[in-house]
Ligand binder design. Structure first.
Ligand code: ADP
Length: 193
């Protein structure tokens, strides 16, 4: 079982690349942000608990997101592997994920999509209005970047050599090519398909 963990700032293109990787490899794309947004739309208990936190660009509690991830990765369609997008987002989540993955006997593949901060702000400004995401407002985005820098960036230290750095600049195809090259198991599977 291959567990791909994609790291990257909001606006890094992580979600787009995760979806493409999932499709190419025939593995589920697990986006904690998308699962939470769906819960908000559906007005479930989870959605009600997460709505205001997300709109403000802050992190939903570790306990809640761990519950989401544990349930999702245990599903039958994840038995060959899965792509994680937006989880983990801090060290506590990374430790919890490590335990889940070792219980599942999964091999971890970690890639970080690196994009300079000025470029991130320009991209999110560009998509504002078209995606209709409440957390893309100037203030919420600024908060998301701050949270990313203080909580998520330290994951690069946490994972150290286990994480490959991939430049997120250039076209989507270029980034995808780099990403596949950084994930040897993916390259092998794409070639044999
Ligand atoms: P982005 O990476 O562009 O900020 P996401 O769709 O990944 O967007 O996440 C949107 C929001 O969902 C986050 O700002 C946060 O409030 C919540 N969220 C998603 N994943 C997590 C997580 N692992 N831990 C805590 N909150 C999360």
């Amino acid at each position: 079982m291959n567990a791909v963990i994609l790291l990257g700032a909001p606006g890094s293109g992580k979600g787009t690349q995760a979806a493409r990787l999932a499709e190419s490899l025939g593995m589920p794309h697990i986006s904690t942000g998308a699962i939470l947004r769906q819960a908000v739309t559906d007005g479930t208990e989870l959605g009600v608990a997460a709505r205001d936190i997300m709109a403000a660009g802050r992190l939903v509690s570790d306990e809640i997101v761990l519950g989401i991830v544990e349930a999702r990765v245990s599903a039958h369609d994840c038995r060959r592997g899965f792509i994680l997008d937006g989880y983990p987002r801090n060290r506590a989540q990374a430790r919890a994920l490590g335990e889940v993955l070792s219980r599942l006997g999964a091999t971890e593949w970690i890639a970080n999509i690196a994009v300079p901060a000025e470029e991130l702000a320009a991209r999110v400004r560009g998509r504002r209005g078209t995606d209709g995401r409440q957390d893309d407002s100037e203030e919420a985005f600024r908060r998301r970047l701050e949270v990313y820098e203080s909580e998520s960036l330290p994951l690069l230290d946490y994972y150290g050599d286990r994480a490959s750095n991939v430049s997120g600049l250039g076209s989507r195809d270029e980034v995808f090519g780099r990403l596949c090259a950084a994930l040897p198991f993916a390259t092998a599977q794409l070639v044999t398909q």
